[in-house]
Design a protein around this ligand. Structure first.
Ligand code: IVH
Length: 674
């Protein structure tokens, strides 16, 4: 609404400032934006326009004057070597043309095309890396543009950041600017894991990257390692002795930085516009998310001539892709029951095209999420596909809410088996606790038949539904009891298909321990963990009797997974079930020996156990030594590194004395196992 008078303008400016400050805080400090970038930019523009018309009301601390956010508490703040500028946006081609015209006018080159460096606008977090004599000294977030947070320790874990630059000539002080991004593949994995554990997935790749960078205690090292740094600028180009932006990129690549391979020089603004269109078309195939293109005057002398504003250069502009957002209506909220019994509310939407993909479902994740967004049946909502992640509901449009709607609550009973649902304290997930719930069984069966597990060709979703609904299959192992007779009784199952399925079941019986473990659907045991467990134990029985400590000591396993595996095998029903798989002919290669751990603290050390230990069972001591990489053998020899002697040790202790082998008591063993 255009303000009619000065008073209106003043009020609107104040309101916009408040609103933008709030969104800025949510975005930068809490990594949880509640409005889309496009909406934010829209508000910022409105404010900018009002401030231009009514400069008397423009505040010096207005969000339009600010670049990013002030440094958050928890990290030291540090000044950038030179201010980190932001970019002005061109909304649409007309504004891009206007930018070009202005630049040509200012350069006095109205009649000739200008050369621009075009780059993808990476959707991550901008950072500055400071090198002294070629050594990485510090890494800072952009912060408010003049000071950033010192996140050096975290950035050191990012593999694509050179800790030292090896090149014949490196300026004594070098500030490299670029973007930290979380590539699509790890982002997808991360979001899948977050959903599985009941957390909200990241709204966009930028928040996932920024959140990783700002971890105070590096709790999520894996996420840090998945980050990628792409360089696109230096603070002082003169120090490089180059003449253009493209040469800067070339030099950065020589220094060992990754630069966007899509960067290119283009002559004339029409070629720039075509570059933008092409990048947009190829966007989905890029490994990292980009949300537009950045257009920079290629020649550095021309950049200098055109100059900078306080907040952004006048020689560059960002052209964003159209937002991948759309409005639609929530027709229903369906509750699905997953493999672990988790109840997931899914909004059924009037189908709508978002960035070229039709979206008709969007997960609402859990009750907390529903409460936070207050999504109701009948609401008009905004959905987005944030950088090729799962469609998300950004928010409800309150003015469009019909009369007589009700808050949505997850059901008290499982929609499939009617068991009472539970939500444990401290958990966000509401679950159906019934292990025999057909819904859980169906999803577990789909998982069992999937590629990474038993890979059973012909056992598809429809067939699984039928098998469960008819009661032909009432637990996982029943699949391997299926024969031509049982299959022949099903609807739409021809003789040939039945034969084929029997044949693929026969083939699937020969599997590996890792695939078998994946197929069991133990919580938190995916491909990676199953591989580690199979590698470590070589056999199901050894794995099934391993203690939580032994499991947790395996690199890559950790306490949560260990607990889950141990709980699974601790349940007699599961033990009976695994036994039944074997009875029905499922087999894998068993290794006689558990594999030694190659990079454990006790790797290469040989132990012999003797006598009675007080706190540890012999088998447990053995497991823990092995989990730390050591080997346990039966008799003392010159090769033995330690004899662990409990009460009443006997002859082995004497032998150890003769061979001068180190002797540990139980406490000593526990000490070196720490
Ligand atoms: S150049 C002086 N190049 O977009 C120009 N920025 O909205 C400074 N960004 O703060 C930036 N990709 O974090 C530049 N190829 C690219 C970029 C890029 C992403 C980010 C950067 C900047 C923000 C501006």
């Amino acid at each position: 609404m255009a303000p009619s008078g000065k008073k209106d303008a003043r009020e609107q400016i104040a309101r916009l400032c408040r609103e933008l400050d709030r969104h800025g805080r949510l975005y930068y400090l809490e990594d949880r934006p509640v409005i889309s970038d496009a909406d934010y930019d829209g508000l910022l523009r409105q404010l900018g326009e009002l401030e231009t018309r009514f400069p008397e009301f423009a505040r010096s601390d207005s969000p339009t004057q600010r670049v990013g956010a002030p440094p958050a508490a928890g990290f030291e703040s540090r000044a950038h070597l030179a201010p980190m500028l932001s970019l002005d946006n061109a909304l649409g081609e007309a504004e891009l043309q206007a930018f070009d015209q202005r630049v040509r006018r200012e350069l006095g080159r109205e009649d000739e095309p200008i050369e621009y460096a075009c780059e993808p606008k990476l959707d991550g977090a901008g950072i500055e890396l400071i090198y002294r004599d070629g050594q990485l000294e510090a890494g800072l977030t952009r912060g408010d543009g003049s000071r950033g947070e010192d996140v050096t320790a975290n950035l050191r874990l990012v593999l694509s950041i050179p800790l030292a630059i090896e090149f014949e000539s490196v300026p004594p002080t070098l500030s490299v600017r670029g973007e930290i991004v979380l590539p699509k593949a790890p982002l997808r994995r991360l979001n899948a894991a977050r959903i599985e554990s009941g957390e909200e997935p990241f709204a966009n790749p930028r928040n996932a990257a920024a959140g990783a960078l700002r971890q105070l205690h590096q709790v999520d090292r894996r996420r840090l390692r998945s980050l990628e740094f792409r360089a696109y600028a230096v603070a002082d180009p003169a120090a490089l002795g180059v003449a253009s932006q493209m040469e800067i990129l070339g030099r950065l690549a020589d220094f060992g930085f990754a630069v966007s391979p899509e960067s290119a020089a283009k002559k004339g603004i029409d070629a720039v516009a075509r570059y933008h269109e092409e990048l947009l078309r190829g966007r989905n195939d890029l490994p990292v998310e980009c949300d537009g293109s950045v257009v920079k005057l290629n020649r550095l002398d021309q950049q200098d001539e055109v100059g900078n504003l306080a907040r952004s250069p006048r020689w560059a502009i960002a052209m964003k892709f159209p937002p991948e957002q759309a409005r639609t209506r929530v027709e229903a909220i369906e509750v699905q029951v997953g493999r672990t019994g988790a109840l997931t509310p899914v909004a059924k939407l009037t189908p709508v095209s978002v960035g070229g993909v039709t979206v008709s479902n969007a997960s609402l994740h859990n009750q907390d999420e529903i409460d936070r967004k207050d999504v109701r049946i009948g609401d008009t909502i905004v959905v987005q596909r944030a950088g090729d992640v799962i469609p998300q509901i950004v928010g409800v449009i309150p003015e469009e809410r019909p009369a007589k709607t009700r808050r949505f609550r997850l059901p008290k009973r499982c929609p499939v088996c009617k068991a009472q649902t539970v939500r444990l304290e401290g958990e966000v997930v509401t679950r159906c606790p019934n292990l025999d719930c057909p819904a859980q069984l169906k999803t577990n069966l789909r998982h069992l038949a999937s590629r990474g597990a038993f890979d059973i060709e012909g056992l598809g979703e429809k067939l699984i539904d039928q098998l469960v609904e008819r009661g032909t299959v009432s637990r996982l192992s029943d699949v391997f009891a299926l024969d031509a007779v049982a299959l022949g009784e099903l609807d739409r199952m021809g003789e040939k298909s039945a034969e084929n399925l029997v044949a693929s079941l026969a083939a699937a019986r020969d599997t590996t321990l890792a695939r078998f473990l994946i197929g069991l659907g133990i919580r938190h045991v995916g491909t990676n963990v199953a591989g580690l467990l199979a590698q470590r134990f070589g056999d199901l029985d050894r794995l099934a009797s391993a203690s939580v400590d032994t499991l947790a000591a395996i690199a890559g396993v950790g306490p949560v997974i260990a607990e889950s595996v141990s709980r699974f095998f601790g349940d007699p029903r599961n033990r009976a079930e695994t036994e039944r798989f074997r009875e029905l002919g499922v087999r894998w290669e068993v290794r006689a020996e558990a594999a030694p751990i190659e990079d454990g603290p006790l790797s290469g050390k040989s132990f012999v156990l003797t006598g009675t230990l007080l706190n540890l069972k012999r088998s447990e001591a053995r497991e823990r030594i092995e989990a730390a990489g050591g080997r346990v053998s039966g008799s003392v020899s010159k090769k033995t590194d330690y004899l662990v002697a409990g009460a009443d040790p006997g002859s082995k202790l004497r032998k150890a004395g003769e061979l001068e082998v180190a002797v540990l008591d139980e406490a000593g063993l526990l000490e070196i196992l720490k």
